[in-house]
Design a protein around this ligand. Sequence first.
Ligand code: ADP
Ligand code: MG
Length: 192
Amino acid sequence: MASDESAAAPISTESFRANRPDIVGPESPQKPFPIHLSGAVQHGFGRGGKDLGCPTANLPDESMTPMSSVTEAGVYYGYAQVSREKNGQAILPEEDGRVHPMVMSLGTNPFYKNKNMSAEIHIMHDFKADFYGHPMKAIVLGYIRPQLDYTSREALIEDIETDKRVALRSLARPAYATYRADRFFDLNNIAL
Ligand code: ADP
Ligand code: MG
């Protein structure tokens, strides 16, 4: 995200929603991206991500330090990988341990008066089971949109679907797609 974008005038939610592009950001990731995150998945605030068809895996606050160069709350895109293992045992099936596209919601944590941003990651893969406590890695590659005020659940669900489509199309560009095989991820025995 260019820093001058964050200084833009307040966005009218409805006009923004009506004019969303299919593909976002420059042809290759620009600073501060790529941003590398890792930590064990922890329980979130139970805001019902699953009820919206969009479960979001939470990372602990200390895993968020690399995001400190980003100050804009909103939705980001990149890749993520969940470890098949928990406590040294491979629990998840092989396909769940692959590197998958993700969308990440970055929000301010009211308890910390905007000092800490909290991130929730929705991985675009159909997991067979929950993976609380599993190590997760993510590479954040770009910015999709600001946080918007929603008046209806339908509008929110519609925008999440748009976010996923935009993320997939944006990640399909060669300079982004290469991060799927980045050495930051665990690529042993994992077919992409
Ligand atoms: P919480 O408030 O605890 O984060 P959610 O309803 O957001 O609850 O569900 C998140 C949990 O769902 C994750 O921690 C993970 O264990 C599980 N999960 C299953 N599928 C996914 C997915 N595709 N992306 C992210 N989390 C998923
Ligand atoms: Mg969640």
